[in-house]
Every structure is written in structure tokens, then in C-alpha cells.
Design a binder for this molecule. Sequence first.
Ligand SMILES: [Zn+2]
Length: 369
Amino acid sequence: MNKGLKIFLIVLLILLIIATIAVTTLKLLQNHTEEIIEPSPYSEASLTVMRNLNLYDEINSKEYSKTVEALLEDNELKKEYLEDYYEINYKNINNFSTIINELLAKDYNSEEINYITANMKDNIDILLNMDYIDILAFKDITNFEINNVERYLAYQEENEDYDLATVVTYVNIGLDKEGYSEYTEYTEEEAQNDLTILVNKYHKLPDDYVPNDLVSLSYSSNYYLRSEAAEAFERLTNAGMLDGVVFYPFSPYRSYELQERLYNGYVARDGVAAADTYSARPGFSEHQLGLAVDVRSNTLNDNLTSEDYEWMLNNSYKYGFIVRYPKGKQHITQFMEEPWHLRYLGVELATKVHDSGLTYDEYYDLYMK
Ligand SMILES: [Zn+2]
């Protein structure tokens, strides 16, 4: 190889190396430039706010968050909550940014806030108007009503033995308030068309409500129930007889006026407080529904014997009746134990209530609303 060719090859090699280095450097430079000019997913307005807050690099180095963007656009982003914002799901609700900040200020964490905005969006004001509560404690309580939340807390304080689910049900029934102090009144249509309505010290019937399908019972032409309940009662009576349990209807349908006379008589005899434990005030009696009947057994002077009562508890639901005021439930039903008082609900519902072991007041709140 002559000297000239050698030099030529060396020069060529050097040129090649220089070219390679140049191309690589250019490529790297290009990549870097692209990274910098890659458009931010945030809007111009958001970027401006970021710059003003000195958060441009920090926010752009993280994954895009629609929640963060919403707060930026509303100019409500607070530096101290930045980490929390990234954990909070964006929701398209009015005043989202304000709500998030107010909940964070009340010490709700991101998990709680996600639950609140997903499940309670129409009622967040209620939470914003009160101190922090452990909202997730109510998460699995199906009959939880946000409007009652302050009553739950107050009732639980007074009744520390009750678990939260019991507190919710009892407050929903109304038990944190004196019976008759606050009640809802049904319309005549509701009373007439719904055989399952709950009547108690918190649910009233219209004074002049009279069921339009009362029929007399075979036992006496002066005793009435609504036709469906009357037929079911005949079946119940026959079934009892087959099992050797004999009972009679003693007081079925009662008009508002009759209930008024009875109640006033009890008050005159025993006083209001005592009367209220065993007699409903007029308008608040299931007897006015034409779907309740008091029964007696053996002789007309005896209430149900305990054997008859056992039979009734275990069998009446098969014919559509429940024992409405059972033993040990006075704190819920607000009436003393009345083994003789039966309420017609139809076989299907009476069976469910029987199987649940709940009073109808509880069952209604949990499953009928
Ligand atoms: Zn009764």
C-alpha cells in the first residue's frame, strides 16, 4: 500500500467518525427540542395559572389530571392540596372546585371525597354545612338518608349501645322524636290503593278515610274488613281450627269516630301516657285501614293464650297476617305487646316480614321505601 492511499484511508476514517458523532449529536439535540416543545395537555388558561403559582414544572412533570385542570381553570387550585387533587376523581358537577376545596378544608380525604361526589352529589351542601363526619361508616347502610345525618349522630350519642345500622333505621322510623309530634299523612288514594302502607305514630290516615271495599265477616254482620283481608281471615280461622286453635274476631275495622271514642275513654280512665301505650290515637290506627283485626280465643273474655299466640306467630303469615306488636319490640312499635292484634299484608309480604324477624316498622323502612 502506498503512503498516499494510507493517508487517504485514515482521513476517510476520521471523517466517518466525525460524521457519525455529528449525526448522533444532532439527533439527541432534536429529541431534546421535541420534548420541550411537546404541547402540554393543559389549556392555555391553566398553563398561565400554573406559571403564576410557580407550579408549571411540577404539574407538567406529572400525569395529566382533569381535576387539577378544573381547579386551575376556576383559579381555585391551592398548593397545599395538590397531592390530594391527584387522588380525586373529576366529576362534572356545579361548583366542583369549590366543593373539593371545602371538603378538603373540613379534613375529608380523597377516598371520602370520591365517595361523596359519586353518591351524594345532590346533597353535598348538607355536609358542607356541618363539621366533618365519618361518612364512609354509612357506606353499606342501604337505608341511610343524608337528610337525617345530624339526627343519626345525635341519636347515637344518646344510645351508645346501638350499632350504626340500628341507629339509622330507628331514626328513619322517627323514634328519635316523640310519637305523634311529627307525622306524614297519607292521601285517601294511597290508603285505598296500597294494602301495605305503614300506619303508626308517625304515619296518619285522613280523618274521613273509609275503605271502599269493606265486607262483613262470617262471624258477625257487624264486623268488617276489606274484602281481601276478610277472605284471608276466614282461611286463617279455618286453619287454626284444624290445628285445634280456636279464636274469634273481636275488633276488626274501626272508623275514625269509633277510634276517637275508644281512645278518649282510655285517656279518661288511665291518662294519656298509659293510653298511648295500648291504644292508637284516632287517625293513627291500623283498624281504620280495614286491614287489622284483634282476636280472642276460647271464651270472649280471654285474650290469646300463649299456645295460641305461638301458633299465630308461626302460622298467620301463611294466610297473609303478621302479629303486628310482638313481645320485646315496644321500643320500636311504640305499643305494648299485643298478641291479639293481626295486620293483613298479603301472603307474600307477610312471609317476608315474618322471615326477617323484624317489626313491620323496621321492615318498611329497610325494604319498602
Ligand atoms: Zn288492635
